[in-house]
Write a protein that binds this ligand. Structure first.
Ligand code: COA
Length: 175
């Protein structure tokens, strides 16, 4: 289940954000203290208020804390496109939750927001992310080097016509 992030998500967010491998795979900075959680939530809310992003906390039945976040970020140049990003707590990796959350957000992006394209980027060594994007029908656009850390990354895009039909048919390309 996806819902707006709230104060109660801060401890679980901090635990995810300080997982060194997860942060490295996602290309995120590691916060030094829990105070960063307040800033994360304030930024998430401000970006939503400004129309720059929608971020959801991901809940799982029977689990008290949110198991992760998933985000659509909107650029300044193309109002009909957004970038998808997701992070799950390590304890929940490998159970299909990342795929399920991404599928739900893509459905919202194409059916409710009527976006024309969703893009995504992943480190070339982030095999789980690459697999999720391939399963959801994303097409590889280009490889590039992230100038902030020298990481080799891959860029993908999913157009609405393809995304909508795949989501409707529940097809899983690449399987
Ligand atoms: C990326 C992430 C969200 C994936 O979530 P998840 O719930 O574990 O992913 P899923 O279980 O839905 O799917 C992962 C797929 O990758 C595959 N996979 C996982 N590790 C793999 C590996 N090392 N090599 C090849 N395939 C791999 C799984 O088998 C699965 O494919 P399948 O459904 O065909 O079996 C999670 O690993 C995470 O939060 N990682 C750290 C942060 C991060 O990298 N965020 C993304 C930034 S782009």
């Amino acid at each position: 289940m996806l819902r707006a992030p709230s104060e109660r998500d801060i401890p679980a967010w901090f635990a995810r954000a300080t997982d060194v491998e997860s942060a490295s795979l996602a290309g995120d900075h590691i916060p030094s203290d829990i105070g960063a959680g307040e800033r994360w939530l304030a930024r998430s809310r401000q970006r939503f208020a400004d129309g720059r992003a929608i971020q959801w906390s991901i809940d799982q039945a029977g689990v008290s804390d949110a198991i992760g976040t998933i985000t659509l970020s909107f650029g300044t140049t193309d109002a009909k496109a957004a970038a998808l990003g997701f992070v799950l707590a390590r304890a929940h990796w490998g159970h299909g939750m990342g795929s399920e959350a991404a599928r739900e957000v893509l459905r919202y992006a194409f059916e409710t927001l009527a976006l024309e394209q969703v893009t995504a980027e992943a480190a070339a060594r982030n095999f789980a992310s690459l697999r999720i994007l391939a399963k959801l029908g994303f097409k590889h656009i280009e490889s590039f080097i992230d100038v902030s850390d020298g990481e080799r990354c891959e860029r993908f895009a999913l157009d609405a016509d393809i995304g909508s039909s795949l989501l409707t048919s529940n097809a899983t390309p690449g399987c």
